[in-house]
Design a protein around this ligand. Structure first.
Ligand SMILES: [Zn+2]
Length: 133
């Protein structure tokens, strides 16, 4: 099995806030993150599979980059995530972002010889969240 990864970057703002609970509780859970702020995110999308016979590629990385750009980056880069369509009604924690990115990308990345393996988001240098099926 071979694993291939495309790394991308985007910047976005958000505030962590659960609309189902009160202001005091949100402040207690999320602290400073309950306030409006931003991150320089890195996104790693990893596929696994076997090299295709003619190309020798598991998946064309240029094509992978185009798919990530169209499906994710164009919708989140320099945006306020709480108001982005894919996060409607969802608190945009990095955990929730990874799960939603997986759901969007997974059907686009299935081929005869490859499939999506993981979506990993670096929210900061020290906070890294990974979604795997
Ligand atoms: Zn944050």
């Amino acid at each position: 099995m071979i694993y291939i990864t495309r790394k991308e970057h985007f910047s976005a703002s958000h505030r962590l806030n659960n609309p189902k609970i009160g202001k005091k509780e949100n402040e207690a859970i999320f602290g400073k993150c309950n306030e409006f702020h931003g991150h320089n995110y890195y996104l790693e999308v990893t596929l696994c599979g076997e090299p295709e016979q003619n190309s020798g590629y598991v998946f064309d990385l240029k094509k992978l980059s185009r798919i990530i750009s169209k499906e994710i980056l164009q919708k989140v880069d320099h945006k306020y995530l709480n108001e982005v369509e894919m996060f409607k009604g969802i608190n945009p924690t990095t955990e929730n972002m990874a799960g939603i990115f997986w759901k969007i990308l997974n059907p686009k990345l299935k081929t005869k010889n490859a499939r999506l393996y993981s979506v990993k988001i670096y929210e900061t240098e020290k906070n890294i969240i990974e979604y795997r099926d």
